[in-house]
Write a protein that binds this ligand. Structure first.
Ligand code: ADP
Ligand code: MG
Length: 691
């Protein structure tokens, strides 16, 4: 471990900001890969500029820049034109820039372009001398990192440079893959991969570097998976269950009849847990197929057999929802099942009490977030762990869970159906049950994809639905004007955010419509209140970020409007849409496409035309060829840090084979030639646990 402050240019303050990003040592800096790259392209003619993109133009100014004052702000403007069009360049609160903008001077300007009232504007462009631009920038890719208040993009960039040229880097990047595997697949050496992923010479080099880095991550995934499989099959279960009369009574008294697929799944799961071996099962089913009740029954079955059972979910909102459903469905007075909620946000005293109840086995069903696996939690007989929305968790979290209770039965539930071919590789170590149908009486969701000019109509439509007693969601990609991930968005960008939109809608809708908002930066208690109010109908319209993506179940909601839908992945959109269509009324999904690209339109058409998660997943795979390695944004499936099961689908097979080969020779990876591999694997687990 090398202290962050030992690097040139990093003081206590910057180190503190980096810590908040989960970067606690210099080594972490190297594995915190750019989240995107900026490409310095050839300057363009004005009519070729695309609003929404960062572009470059070259020109000789025909007039001086002028200063305008507006609402206490200064704006320096200069207008340029070529044969093909006219462009306004604007700088906010930078009056001194006027000095530079003299008629007759020749520059390259590079900045974000947008369109306002039919005019094309470039805001806050950087200014280069043409020869500097051509020599120093053209064709280069500059990394863009995650940032937090207290660390600027320049500081972050320099920190990477420093880290990559430090002494510890050589040791850190020592090759750990056997030569035959590396060369057989034509992979970069580790050192070259790490250097070029931060500072690629060109797209080809970046793509080669990414290939190596994603391969490593997939290899780690399969190494952990195979090791677990070996462990599981070698041992019988300490938690063998038996049929129980209380369980039969419970199943018979449900408020609805289980679908055939649900009953089958319950039967298989109880059989697994009674077999004497350890259950390791995946329950796969599209959004709304009714996985929760299957999990609840599995937990009840294990609890009646004297086990503690835990349900792990990715968000507190979902944990609370499940806790509420469980206690309503199976009240302790009737069933004897003691249910407990455990999340990061509950009061310290309450938490201590929860730890005690768990330790003394005075509780049966524990529902919570990763707080379930804090060191202080000490289970008595943890016999079954269920994870909901499994695709949100990484393999390292699974490992952490396993270590908590000897070897409990494991049930994983995933709402993101991934293409069959991939799922067979990724879940190769598990048995699979599929909920192929939805509960009866559901009407398919009606979908529409429209441009921003349709917003007003959509609001009107939502108002009509609310008047019928229904509820609606509007999802935005950003929380506030700061934009995504705290990066300032520039004026004119059409990115919708929860705070601004909520305020705006309160002006648009009549006062009788009660509007709530929900996002990840609210205090946990505020989130609860917002969710609770929407659930019980106190608010009828909920403006939210994707925090509601997983699991939220409000059957009265009939409209899902998704802002900037082009910004989301297909599976994510499908999940969001799954928040409606959960009751018996007709539901609608309105996707606002704010992109002009044909590609975005094609992707959204797939969603418009299908409500079938499996089909959507396979289309997602088809559309993202291995070609688009350039966009680092990944789908977030399976908790990977860098790899993406769709984009890197061709690497899955080879990574799995490599893992097999390594473990066949050396099951514990203790041979001297695997020392470096073993170290990297544990380093990876630590890191991805915190991502
Ligand atoms: P998901 O698979 O997306 O997790 P849920 O478990 O949240 O789906 O179920 C969706 C909705 O369907 C819930 O409101 C649940 O109560 C209801 N539900 C589940 N199973 C049935 C069934 N067999 N009949 C009627 N409604 C059901
Ligand atoms: Mg669910």
């Amino acid at each position: 471990m090398t202290e962050l402050t030992s690097l040139k240019g990093i003081g206590e303050k910057t180190a503190g900001a980096l810590m908040r990003l989960g970067i606690s040592c210099a080594e972490d800096l190297i594995f915190d890969l750019p989240r995107d790259y900026e490409c310095f392209e050839e300057p363009k003619e004005i009519f070729r500029l695309t609003p929404g993109r960062t572009e470059a133009v070259e020109c000789v100014l025909s007039r001086d820049g002028v200063i305008n004052r507006f609402n206490g702000m200064t704006i320096v403007n200069v207008y340029i034109s070529d044969m093909t069009g006219r462009l306004q360049l604007s700088w906010y609160n930078m009056p001194y820039i006027k000095q530079t903008l003299k008629a007759g001077s020749h520059f390259v300007f590079r900045g974000r372009v947008y369109e306002k009232n039919g005019r094309l504007i470039m805001s806050q462009p950087k200014i280069y001398r043409p020869e500097d631009y051509k020599k120093g920038y053209l064709g280069r890719l500059m990394p863009v990192y995650r940032l937090k208040e207290g660390v600027s993009s320049k500081q972050r960039l320099n920190a990477s440079k420093e880290a990559l040229s430090s002494d510890f880097f050589r040791e850190l990047s020592a090759e750990f893959l056997p030569q035959d595997i590396r060369e057989g697949l034509g992979l970069f050496r580790e050192e070259q991969a790490l250097l070029s992923v931060h500072f690629p010479r060109d797209r080809q080099q970046l793509s080669d570097a990414m290939k190596r880095i994603c391969f490593d991550e997939l290899l780690f995934f399969f190494l952990l998976q195979k090791r677990r499989k070996l462990l599981f099959s070698a041992q019988g279960s300490d938690y063998r269950c038996r049929p129980d009369i209380r369980f039969l009574k419970l199943s018979a008294g449900l408020p609805f009849e289980l679908t055939t697929a649900q009953s089958e799944a319950v039967k298989t799961i109880t059989r697994d847990m009674s077999s004497g071996s350890i259950m390791n099962r995946l329950l796969e089913g599209d959004v709304g197929s009714g996985k929760t009740i299957v999990a609840f029954l599995a937990m009840a079955f294990a609890a009646f057999n004297g086990c503690e059972t835990a349900l792990l979910v990715p968000t507190e909102v979902l944990a609370k929802q499940h806790y509420q459903s469980f206690t309503e469905l199976f009240p302790e007075e009737d069933t004897g099942l003691r249910c407990l909620l455990l999340c990061g946000s509950i009061q310290k005293k309450e938490k201590e009490r929860a730890y005690e109840l768990i330790r003394e086995h005075k509780t049966d069903v524990i529902i919570g977030t990763h707080a379930l696996f804090q060191e202080k939690v000490d289970y008595d007989r943890l016999g079954l762990i269920v994870t909901d929305e499994q695709h949100r968790f990484g393999v390292a979290q699974r490992e952490a869970m396993k270590q908590k209770g000897g070897l409990p039965h494991m049930l994983f539930m995933s709402a993101t159906p991934i293409p069959r071919t991939l799922s067979m590789i990724l879940y190769g170590d598990m048995d699979v049950s599929i909920l192929s149908s939805r509960p009866e009486g559901r009407i398919p969701i009606k979908n529409t994809v429209v441009g921003p000019q349709y917003r007003r109509n959509a609001y009107k439509f939502i108002y009509d639905e609310i008047k019928k007693g229904h509820r609606a969601y509007i999802v935005c990609p950003a929380i506030d004007k700061e934009g995504e991930e705290g990066l300032p968005e520039q004026e004119g960008d059409s990115l919708q955010d929860v705070e601004t939109l909520t305020a705006k809608l309160r002006g648009i809708f009549p006062d009788s419509v009660r509007i709530g908002c929900l996002h990840g930066r609210m205090k946990p208690s505020e989130k609860d209140e917002a969710m609770e109010a929407f659930k019980n109908g106190e608010t009828e319209l909920l403006v939210a970020t994707t925090v509601i993506e997983v699991g939220v179940d409000v059957p009265e909601a009939t409209v899902m409007m998704i802002e900037n839908a082009d910004r989301f992945g297909l599976s994510q959109l499908h999940q969001l849409r799954g928040r409606v269509g959960r009751g018996s009324a007709q539901s609608y999904c309105i996707m606002i496409n704010t992109s002009e690209s044909e590609e975005a339109a094609e992707r959204l058409r797939i969603l418009r035309d299908s409500n079938d998660g499996f089909f959507i997943a396979s289309e997602d795979l088809r559309l993202r060829g291995p070609g688009d390695l350039f966009g680092l944004r990944q789908s977030g499936e399976m908790g990977f840090v860098t790899a993406d099961i769709y984009r890197d689908s061709k690497l899955l097979g080879p990574a799995r084979e490599a893992a097999e080969k390594l473990l066949t020779k050396d099951p514990e990876l203790t041979a001297p030639e695997h020392k470096r591999l073993s170290e990297r694997l544990s380093g990876y687990m630590k890191r991805c646990y915190y991502v």
